[in-house]
Design a protein around this ligand. Structure first.
Ligand SMILES: Nc1ncnc2c1ncn2[C@@H]1O[C@H](COP(=O)(O)OP(=O)(O)OP(=O)(O)O)[C@@H](O)[C@H]1O
Length: 505
């Protein structure tokens, strides 16, 4: 049976493998109606014959076949390095089979009884991914061939840009990029692991950009930042009138990410109750908005990220084992900066260029001495800490010379190389939000006074206006804070400073 797709130059070829004649016919007819050319097989051996005789864009196979498993067909395709995308149909409730198929390299899976709408959409994605496959294959080969830049140039434009944004040519970073290019085209959920500030979100964006979904939305959600009572509405949407103040229907993140990627950052912070609902949404590929009686089908690829050890969270009973299993089909571990120090010069150059561009100024360069100091700095906060340091350095620089403020946070006194007695502003420095894009102040003293006033007021408020506690927080003596409060004319409730003794003394 065959027919041709009106808009495609060549109708895509699909092989359907199922031993139940009725189902096989149903799948065939559905696909023919979509304009594909279809061949059908009823067993592993018949499928092999079809594969030996020709090439296909996609193979859709049942898991259980009379003479073996659908996985064997998938493995054969992989072994022979064939380009067919494989979709495996698994029995309802057999999550293990679905995950096993994805791990073995299946493009996607479908749960039986198969929903025909979903069937059409999954096949369409597989065919589309196949059409873009030569480019992806070149990208993977060139990364594996030890050439990250060539890899980036072989990916599609969006993928290329995203891989280039991920600065670093060290061995661990090359492996990360190779993995991104390899796993991007597929539906398997990806879990990105790594310490804070290592670039997990950049990795997730690159997975999306290198995938056949790159023209669809990338929706990033910080699971730890949403109040628990709003989680369900935020994730799944809500119908008009379903809760106070909801005057119209609202989409959730799942609907917003349709045909694209949903990035669940800090997945380890999701409360248990919400974990169950997320698991259900992933399994069913549909979500039910609050107040709705209907499910919305959602074609979304899930990429999640965490700095936590999720396996340990599972053991501690704080993370559902089954959800972990579902999310962790493919893992990408992003290395800490200390494990790829050789990337520092390129990272500094790229970050400084970005900072300078945002500030509308020429990019400063780093002296060898500053780079050397940086390479000895622990940088526990990884690339984010480096970025913040460089931001501050640019803000405080005069001309092209960059001053780096990287005294150890524990040493409030001067270091061996520094000048004598450190002024007490050392601990407060990170609180000074210097905006590099802001104009240089015309009156430095009043600008600094204003900064100092804000910091003092914040510290006082947060200490319940206990000046002893506020002083301790700022690394000041009581006498020093009293002097500063008086100099800046800060009124503190319930304290008569003219007598020199506040309520907290
Ligand atoms: N390899 C890299 N090249 C260029 N910039 C990077 C790289 N890695 C991280 N960054 C930058 O560092 C900052 C932190 O990165 P990102 O938000 O992706 O980290 P993260 O691991 O997701 O952090 P968290 O766990 O705190 O959410 C961002 O501004 C990002 O652009």
């Amino acid at each position: 049976m065959s027919s041709s797709h009106p808009s495609a130059p060549r109708p895509a070829q699909i092989l359907v493998v199922d031993d139940e004649p009725d189902l096989r016919t149903l799948y065939e007819l559905t696909l023919l109606r979509e304009g594909y050319r279809v061949e059908a097989a009823g067993s592993v051996s018949e499928a092999r014959e079809h594969l030996d005789a020709g090439r296909f864009d996609a193979v859709i196979t049942d898991m259980r076949l009379p003479d073996g498993l659908g996985l064997e067909i998938l493995q054969r395709i992989q072994q022979d390095q064939r380009s067919e995308r494989c979709v495996v149909m698994t029995a309802y409730g057999s999550a293990e089979n679905a995950v096993e198929a994805l791990k073995a390299g299946a493009f996607d899976y479908l749960t039986k009884p198969v929903d025909l709408k979903q069937f059409r959409s999954v096949v369409a994605s597989a065919v589309q991914a196949q059409a873009q496959a030569p480019v992806a294959a070149r990208a993977v080969r060139s990364i594996e061939g030890n050439d990250g830049k060539a890899a980036a140039s072989a990916a599609n434009d969006a993928g290329q840009a995203a891989l280039e944004r991920l600065v670093g040519d060290s061995e661990p970073m090359r492996l990360v990029k190779a993995r991104i290019a390899k796993v991007a085209r597929g539906m398997a959920p990806v879990l990105v692991r790594g310490e804070s500030g290592t670039g997990k979100e950049l990795v997730a964006r690159a997975v999306h950009a290198c995938s056949q979904r790159s023209e669809g939305p990338f929706v990033a959600v910080n699971c730890g930042a949403i109040p628990e009572n709003l989680l369900e509405a935020e994730f799944f949407g809500a119908r008009k009138g379903s809760y106070t103040g909801s005057a119209q229907d609202r989409d959730g993140y799942f609907q917003a990410a349709r045909n694209g990627t949903l990035f669940l950052d800090e997945i380890g912070d999701l409360p248990l109750a919400m974990q169950s609902k997320l698991l259900r949404a992933i399994q069913e590929r549909s979500v039910r908005p609050i107040g709705s009686t209907q499910e919305d089908a959602v074609d979304v690829r899930i990429v999640s990220a965490t700095h936590k050890d999720l396996q340990a969270e599972v053991l501690a009973g704080r993370f559902r084992q089954d959800l972990f299993y579902r999310l962790n089909v493919i893992e990408i571990a992003v290395p800490a900066l200390r494990d790829r120090r050789e990337d520092l010069p390129a990272l500094c150059e790229a970050l400084l260029a970005r900072i300078a561009r945002d500030a509308g100024m020429p990019a400063p360069t780093l002296s060898a001495e500053v780079l050397e100091r940086l390479s000895r700095h622990p940088l526990h906060g990884n690339v984010r800490e480096l970025e913040n340091l460089l931001h501050r350095a640019v803000a405080l620089s005069d001309g092209e010379v960059l001053h780096l403020d990287i005294a150890s946070p524990s040493s409030s006194t001067a270091t061996a190389t520094g000048p004598a007695p450190a002024p007490p502003e050392a601990p407060a420095a990170p609180l000074v939000l210097v905006n590099p894009a802001a104009p240089v102040p015309s009156d430095l003293q009043s600008y600094l006074d204003q900064q100092e006033r804000e910091i003092l007021i914040r510290a006082l408020r947060e200490s319940g206006f206990n000046r002893t506690a506020a002083a301790a927080r700022l690394g000041l003596s009581l006498r020093q804070i009293r002097y500063r409060i008086a100099r800046l004319g800060i009124a503190t409730p319930g304290v008569d400073d003219s007598h020199g003794n506040g309520a907290d003394e």
